[in-house]
Design a protein around this ligand. Sequence first.
Ligand code: DGL
Length: 256
Amino acid sequence: MDKNAPIGVFDSGVGGISVLRELVKLMPNEDYLYLGDSVNAPYGTKTLEEARKLTITHIEELLHSGAKSIVIACNTATSAAVSVLRNMYPEIPIVGIEPAIKPAVLDKPNSRIVVMATPMTLKQEKFRTLLEKYEDQAEIIPLPCPGLMEFVERGELESGELREYLVRLLQPVMEKKIDAIVLGCTHYPFAGKMISEVAGKDVQIFDGGYGTAKEMKRRLEAAGLLTNEEKEGQVRFCNSRDTEEERRLCEFLLHI
Ligand code: DGL
């Protein structure tokens, strides 16, 4: 395996760029190949089989393009396909992302924590196991958010419509005081400013981007696969929606 090959990063669309920016911060000398599947997004409202098939197809595309390791920068795709992919490619470091419940519970024990994620992520066995592990340490409230990732896919991060959507979504869970929100979908950090405004400044926001980047670094180190290049690495974007507008949105999201 070539240690100077790029790290492959996959998401159903542009959301995984919230993880990519953490990877770039942590490992600036690495090259990255980011693949989004905006044509087929959202995955979170598809069947498990559809999401699994699409995820496998795209990750194989990254591997065929020479990626040395894979970050599944999508909670939905991770819960649908990470274990299948690890069985198919045991020699490749594959890191997935899961809702950051652990850091939220450790930081705010005995609190009320809302987990915003796609309907599919919240339905999977993987999420139920995570919930069972921490539910005696905090009141954890799963909140499916169908429709939210679409705002980010449109590059709509601060509109009045987004605010209205969030008010409608969060109002019922905010009838009682909440202490923290876990952003369990990689698109949501891009709407984080508005989520925070609607939820109020006392509600702490957690997401799994940094933890996932740290885990990828640890895995590459263990496998002797960290680059030995000293120059700044490059990021290349690919998307099933192959338009200039999409490329501009990717660059914009990487640098905000
Ligand atoms: N970004 C994806 C996640 O982290 C989900 C978006 C989708 O529904 O495709 O779950």
